[in-house]
Design a protein around this ligand. Structure first.
Ligand code: GLN
Length: 477
């Protein structure tokens, strides 16, 4: 068995006809994980656990009471807690730490009979856009091993891209599901803020963090969203809104009536956007127009402010969230510590990587007395303006279309030296994060060098069903 399954339905079909078993699938993926170990996509593979769960799921399939995800072999980003399993956020400071409870999303995946095959490499504490900021080393893009897979959920995206599992779960604070999905030719969905519980997810910036699926198909993204979404007594920011049967909605939807679509004119005019990316945008705009949709360029007057606003707020929240890693409560404690103060200082200095330290210091600065109003409070106000402007646009249009990233996957090491260059890379993904609206990255072909290219669609809060239905249609254009 060497082929990639395009959707879970295809796997379920083969399971039904007895062509494969879940145990056989797990063995197949374990084999591929070994063959492609040099991609560095996994921080740990749960070999024995996955095999024994697969046998249990096979038994449930035989007895006719298996869950919706029976047959799904999924990987989770290493910032998602799974009881009894290690979790590190790819940081030395959590090296050796074991989750004492499972995140809500892990419980929901397991309750529907998914098999979790391992935890995937990522940027340390999900801070980055290339997966180069990991204590466990960079992840390589399967399409070109000299290039990054994107980040921060780079390991999760490569695991799907290289067929090391069928789907993966990432987290997206400012683009970390969508951008690696686009670099790796997969579908990546960031739901509305508050659609999926954050309970048991290692916090980076709590007013932005959302869990999202990375998949080969829109149908699988819909099913995973349906399973993971919904109210949770452990996370009061989760919406009480009922969860639609997204997967049934997507499979019923066949075509799309005429839609109103806006695209950011800067995505075609800015010199910072790669020509091949512009070419793909133009190609899709033409196809959409030819198919009867209204597609119009719009100017987003706050475009220059979205990256600085995101970074001021995300770093402020990170500096507060990461205060808990003090050498006492979790993971790493410096062996050179002699008293309480040196335990804090040395454990944090030795345990955190360079980028995480930079963000904690900047975040502490923007929150400090005397600077709070100038930076943190100001950024909050700008965030509200960005949200309002985005909401207004989404009143006028059904979707906003942008490239997911300004360029395809770049060479490992190229951008690492200048953090600001890397931050600017998030220009198209952070708008949805600041506004809290859902957004999806869809594979849109490959560059001349064979590198995957992705386009992004944004829509109104909690309109995931429309977004998924339209995405299914979009991929067939
Ligand atoms: N690249 C962005 C950052 O470094 C987004 C990361 C994320 O979504 N976790 O903050």
């Amino acid at each position: 068995m060497t082929k990639f399954y395009s959707s879970l339905d295809e796997i379920k079909e083969e399971l039904k006809r007895g062509k494969v078993t879940v145990e056989g699938l797990v063995k197949h993926y374990l084999e591929r994980i070994k063959t492609y170990a040099h991609l560095n996509a996994f921080n740990e593979v749960f070999e024995q656990g996955a095999l024994s769960r697969a046998k249990e799921v096979d038994a449930r399939i035989r007895s006719g009471n298996a869950g919706k995800l029976a047959g799904l072999v999924v990987a989770i980003k290493d910032n998602i807690c799974y009881k009894g399993h290690k979790v590190s956020a790819s940081s030395k400071i959590l090296d050796g730490f074991t989750s004492i409870y499972s995140s809500t999303i892990v419980e929901r995946l397991l309750a529907e009979d998914a098999v979790i095959i391992g935890r995937c490499n990522c940027d340390e504490f999900a801070m980055g856009a290339s997966n180069e900021n990991s204590y466990y080393g960079a992840v390589k893009n399967y399409a070109d091993h000299t290039r990054v897979p994107g980040g921060s959920s780079g390991g999760s995206a490569v695991a799907v891209q290289a067929g090391l599992c069928h789907a993966a779960i990432g987290t997206d604070t400012g683009g970390s599901v969508r951008q690696p999905a686009s670099f790796c030719g997969t579908v990546g969905l960031k739901p509305t803020y508050g659609r999926i519980s954050r309970h048991g997810i290692i916090a980076y910036a709590s007013s932005f963090d959302q869990v999202g699926p990375i998949t080969h198909s829109v149908e699988d993204a819909a099913l995973l969203l349906e399973v993971m979404a919904g109210t949770d007594e452990f996370d009061s920011t989760v919406s009480q809104k009922p969860v639609p049967k997204y997967s049934a909605g997507v499979s019923k939807s066949i075509s799309s009536g005429p839609k109103r679509i806006a695209y950011l004119q800067e995505s075609l005019s800015s010199p910072g956007v790669d020509d091949e990316v512009k070419g793909v945008m133009i190609g899709y705009i033409d196809k959409l127009r030819a198919d009867g949709h209204t597609v119009k360029p719009v100017a987003f007057e706050y475009l220059d402010y979205i990256v600085p606003t995101y970074y001021v707020l995300a770093m402020a929240e990170a500096s507060s969230n990461l205060a808990r890693y003090d050498g006492v409560h979790y993971g790493y404690r410096s062996p050179a510590a002699t008293d309480l103060a040196s335990t804090y200082k040395r454990s944090r200095s030795e345990g955190f990587g360079k980028e995480v330290k930079r963000r904690i210091m900047l975040g502490t600065f923007v929150l400090s007395a005397g600077y709070y109003d100038a930076y943190y409070a100001k950024a909050q106000k700008v965030r509200r303006l960005i949200k309002e402007k985005t909401d207004n646009l989404l009143e006028e249009f059904d979707f906003i279309l942008t490239p997911t990233a300004p360029e395809p996957a770049f060479p490992i090491g190229r951008k690492e030296k200048d953090p600001v260059v890397m931050y600017l890379y998030d220009i198209f993904t952070v708008q949805a994060s600041l506004a809290g609206v859902p957004a999806i990255s869809l594979p849109a072909g490959v560059s001349e060098k064979g590198l995957p290219l992705g386009l992004q669609l944004l829509t109104k809060r909690f309109a995931e069903q429309d977004l998924l239905n339209f995405s299914k249609y979009f991929l067939k254009l």
